[in-house]
Ligand binder design. Sequence first.
Ligand SMILES: Nc1ncnc2c1ncn2[C@@H]1O[C@H](COP(=O)(O)OP(=O)(O)OP(=O)(O)O)[C@@H](O)[C@H]1O
Ligand SMILES: [Mg+2]
Length: 231
Amino acid sequence: MTRISTGVEGLDKMLNGGLIPGRTYLVRGGPGSGKTILSMQFLIAGAKAGENCIYITLEEPMDEIKEDMESLGIDLDAIENIYTFDASPSGDSLFADSFFKNLELDIPGFKAALEEKVRELKPSRIVVDPVTILELVSRSEAEYRRDMISLLSLFRTHKTTTLLTSEKMSVSSEDYLVSGIIEYVEYEMRGKVLRGIKIKKMRGTKFDDSIRPYRITSKGIKVFSEESLFE
Ligand SMILES: Nc1ncnc2c1ncn2[C@@H]1O[C@H](COP(=O)(O)OP(=O)(O)OP(=O)(O)O)[C@@H](O)[C@H]1O
Ligand SMILES: [Mg+2]
């Protein structure tokens, strides 16, 4: 089966070669765990292969994300195939108009705006960072689930490989809807913080189910796929 790179070598190893294309995955983790950086490494891998990629921020303003990436030597404006959209509360794009209209969030409007971009750009990779906010604005669990299913069907129709980041650590309805879950975990031991990454679920493939250590350096995320977190 074809695999595509996450942009992080050690994580590709854990995934038995990479992600199965055309599916949607969740990247879950606490604040500062590396969700946005992983998202960018994933999109850069696509851009390098000449694919169009879409990145949508729903929380952190795009100009701040660009600054954050500069510290990793990544100049997002210089990467032609990555199209960034600011749907954060302070954003001023087409997404913001439809999404934060009168401060009333509207997932169907967000989906419509996204669909227009997907038809235009025909991306192979999409990141929505983070999706957590979509749940917060839903009136009920049932409404959220319905909207999420509809959003996932858009990705499926257009055969995009999609990462949705999530800040929520407990199990929620999207866990069952996505094809796989990559999770950042953190433990405190004798005053030290141990950071690890684990694959919680991955349909259609075998995978490494151990927790592996990772580090964020000025070159991005490095996963130590041969090492154990607790040694
Ligand atoms: N140049 C760098 N060198 C080392 N570490 C860095 C560098 N740039 C960022 N980091 C680390 O990366 C972390 C932020 O990563 P990232 O923005 O991907 O996290 P996140 O999970 O998206 O966080 P949030 O939930 O706040 O959006 C910072 O906490 C910092 O420790
Ligand atoms: Mg982030």
